[in-house]
Design a protein around this ligand. Sequence first.
Ligand code: GLN
Length: 495
Amino acid sequence: MKALHEMGVAELGRALGSREVSSAEVTKHLLARVASHQHLGAWLSVDGDNAIAQAQAADQRRAAGASGPLLGVPLAHKDIFVTSVLPTTAGSKMLEGYMSPFDATVVRKLADAGTVTLGKLNCDEFAMGSSNENSAFGPVRNPWDPSRVPGGSSGGSAASVAARLVPATTGTDTGGSIRQPASFSGITGIKPTYGVCSRYGMIAFASSLDQAGPLARSAEDCAILLSAMSGFDERDSTSANRPPQDFHAAMRRPREGASAARPLEGLRIGLPREFFPAALASDVDSAVRASLRELEKLGATLVDVSLPRTELSIPVYYIIAPAEASSNLSRFDGVRFGHRAKRHGDLLDMYKKTRAEGFGPEVKRRIMIGTYVLSHGYYDAYYLQAQKLRRMIADDFQRCFLSCDVIAGPVAPTVAWKIGGKGDDPVATYLADIFTLPASLAGLPGMSLPAGFGEGGMPVGLQLIGNYFDEATLLQAAHAFQQATDWHTHAPAGI
Ligand code: GLN
């Protein structure tokens, strides 16, 4: 039998089902790995005793006849989902030691499916970032090269799956924070259509963009997790009221006219020319193009499409996301949640000192940008213009989907950079979000899957974007690709 940490979600579910292993055994094995990989900086809290108790309860349920693909499977949550048993920080000093009185819907749904929560994972402060260097609790290191970033903001989630500390994790994606860390860390991740996963109990960054999703080693594992995480929630007013979906079954349903050798027969993959600019790093370009040829061999046809406002998605996102953040973060006032300055004068002074002490530099920057673009004098010039362009970007996608079923391209313009490599220039980091922001602004589902290696032996991801609520086609294409290639099975050296 394989080492326990080598098993993915589907495989582990089968081994647990056939009683080859117990959840308690796997849980203890993974807790020991978490403890011996502290140098990655990926974990903010671990509750071993409680995890073992959950695992034993799952084993007892199995012994009593219960079953399910996730019963007894260990995982961990990005520290932006509130949990009632473990502290929740959102990567911020503002919430250091904060205990939520309830569990986020995504957390509760996964617990109901029988998963075992090992702990909470490091992330950029309030999910603002692309490198996990913005956490108040230190950076996360990339298991493929610890001198590099794992991507962000779900960096702890991606690094933990890549280092085989846990078979799957949750993440959130506002402008790329599931897809980009998955790409940088050589794993698979999916951000579903806006509204598919409940945002209840997900600490809000930009509410019109925030969406939860799984990070795992394969599309199949992501499909299993997404089935359990998703679904209508009356506690989230933007939750999509649609019947529950079995993404795992949908992913395996054969396409019309397909054969074993050509499982993607009839699938039209659109390549936006703006996703392949001259400035795209050549290692990323060649890995992505090689994977497109592979998809062609599997029966897909490639068609040229255009997303003419791709570049504009950067200023549009970096107006809308900070605008919403400045409003959402006003709740951290020293009265209701978390940190309060010890020494202060009157009430206004208490607010000021609390926020000055509690928030890090990137969060402060965004609160200032957001407040500015929403201010009376600049609302029309910035915020309103950005909203108009957001609609045009979404319309551009719909024009593409007239001639293709999914859109493909790179996830990021380069492989993972060195920690500190972007210096203190926030705009340099913002620019690297160019290929993930468009789908976020449009609310479309997107995924990232391993597609090869580039400079320094670092992983390169392929991005697939689908039409609204068509996660099944994305997962189907990704699964077919992973059946025919082995990029997703590579592990970092020494892991
Ligand atoms: N990198 C983007 C940002 O900094 C996206 C972050 C995210 O998706 N949470 O806002």
